[in-house]
Design a protein around this ligand. Structure first.
Ligand code: ADP
Ligand code: ASP
Ligand code: MG
Length: 241
């Protein structure tokens, strides 16, 4: 049974047009893979805007409410993407982190995933549905919504891939792969075809936000192959692992 987890970052979902493009890409992938889980970030700069709103009302917002607020960005994009998939006749279902059962500790705004209950997602995959999941969020055993820290949708994607024993986790972003340096700052940076988990951890540790370092750690621990590429092009990306 082949299973892939695809993650689309905020830049890939910044407008209805972009969501339509991603929808088409997912439908193409569904022809290659028997089971498909899609993890999404909030649209464009939504998380920054939500944070700014909160700070206008309280310079020191309570973290429980801040997490409720910030998690809503990914809830919106997951629902919209599933709505878009259904409009093209695909069977899909969207879930929040709490609906999936992404159980975290209580460290609001930087929570750690403790376990993932895969039952509900597996049932929907068995029914042939594309499962769309809101990234970046979880829920405490006491039912408080948490977030995983900035860039945390990468962590959701790889943790879910590990829990479902996926064959591959694909990270779709706005660059064509992992470069020797940030290509938006160093134009002569070279794209890498393949890189080890250890080398990627080093790059991520020194600030390459193309993938969250915690996501690379989980991928390395559970031996999940990663593939980072652009959702704006068909060019080959970078394999990790
Ligand atoms: P997403 O919205 O898809 O999560 P991010 O903005 O978090 O995307 O990460 C992608 C960005 O990471 C790229 O636009 C790029 O500027 C930056 N980046 C930093 N270092 C690297 C690197 N070594 N290789 C590729 N991209 C990098
Ligand atoms: N939306 C969150 C952020 O901007 C999580 C993510 O994009 O991965 O940090
Ligand atoms: Mg990111």
């Amino acid at each position: 049974m082949s299973l892939v987890v695809q993650k689309y970052g905020g830049s890939s979902l910044s407008s209805p047009q972009r969501i339509k493009e991603v929808t088409k890409r997912i439908i193409r992938a569904k022809k290659r893979w028997e089971k498909l889980v899609v993890v999404v970030s909030a649209m464009g700069k939504t998380t920054d805007k939500l944070l700014k709103l909160a700070l206008q009302l309280n310079p020191n917002p309570p973290e429980r409410e801040l997490d409720m607020l910030l998690s809503s960005g990914e809830v919106i994009s997951s629902a919209l993407l599933s709505i878009s998939l259904c409009s093209l006749g695909e069977k899909s279902i969207a879930f929040t982190g709490s609906q999936v059962g992404i159980i975290t500790d209580t460290l609001h705004t930087k929570a750690h995933i403790q376990r993932i209950e895969v039952k509900r997602v597996s049932e929907e995959l068995d029914r042939g549905k594309i499962v769309v999941m809101a990234g970046f969020q979880g829920v405490t055993p006491e039912d408080a919504i948490t977030t995983l820290g900035r860039g945390g949708s990468d962590i959701t994607a790889v943790a879910v891939a590990a829990a479902l024993k996926a064959d591959l986790c694909e990270i779709y972003t706005d660059v064509k792969g992992v470069y020797t340096a940030d290509p938006s700052i160093i134009p002569e940076a070279r794209k890498l075809k393949h890189i080890s988990y250890e080398e990627m951890l080093e790059l991520a540790g020194s600030g390459a936000k193309v993938i969250h370092s915690r996501a690379v750690e989980i991928a390395s621990k559970y031996r999940i192959p990663l593939y980072i590429c652009s959702s704006f092009s068909e060019e080959e990306g970078t394999r990790i692992g």
